[in-house]
Design a protein around this ligand. Structure first.
Ligand SMILES: [Zn+2]
Length: 171
């Protein structure tokens, strides 16, 4: 969707959920990987995530930001996401496509278009949810809370491969 379509989408989104956290993720894919919300639907179907009744999405995120800056919608804001264990009911998940360099190492691969789109989207969400804090997935790292569980399907310690809490502290 373009920005005008996203604004209309957000206006139509109603949720009674209390949102305390806006959580940024990456797909942990290499540059050039053809990933979008439909592809993530497939990944998350394999992981056993349930298709959501209203949005029709399986994807655990609420938004996906493509390398060209296009914002795709995943689960509706009223639908609880599936992106950070223990944090889903009070959060919104925003995922950009990327996060690995060509060698498969964690890297901040955000394109200028993605950076701009992420700031734009997060700014809109902060208006909707003024009490919410922006963080990166790694800020919930098991190493930080000491529960010792590492989810094998994602680079929990790295995601989203940049310091979202600091970079977005003034939004
Ligand atoms: Zn993540």
């Amino acid at each position: 969707m373009n920005q005008i379509e996203i604004l209309k989408y957000l206006e139509e989104q109603k949720t009674t959920r209390t949102i305390t956290d806006l959580i940024v993720h990456c797909t942990a894919t290499k540059p050039g990987a053809k990933v979008n919300v439909d592809v993530i639907d497939g990944w998350h179907k394999e992981r056993g995530f349930k298709k959501q009744p209203q949005s029709g999405r399986i994807c655990g995120y609420h938004f996906v930001v493509l390398p060209d800056g296009t914002i795709e919608t995943g689960r509706y804001l009223s639908e609880i996401g599936a992106h950070v264990s223990g944090q889903n009911s009070r959060s919104i998940g925003i995922c950009y496509v990327g996060g690995l360099d060509a060698n498969g190492k964690a890297a901040d691969t955000r394109t200028p278009e993605q950076k701009e789109a992420l700031i734009w989207l997060l700014s809109r969400l902060v208006v909707m949810f003024p009490d919410a804090t922006i963080k990166g997935h790694r800020d919930y790292s098991p190493d930080l809370n000491g529960d010792g569980i590492i989810e094998p399907w994602e680079f929990v310690k790295e995601c989203p491969c940049f310091n979202a809490a600091i970079e977005y502290s003034n939004i």
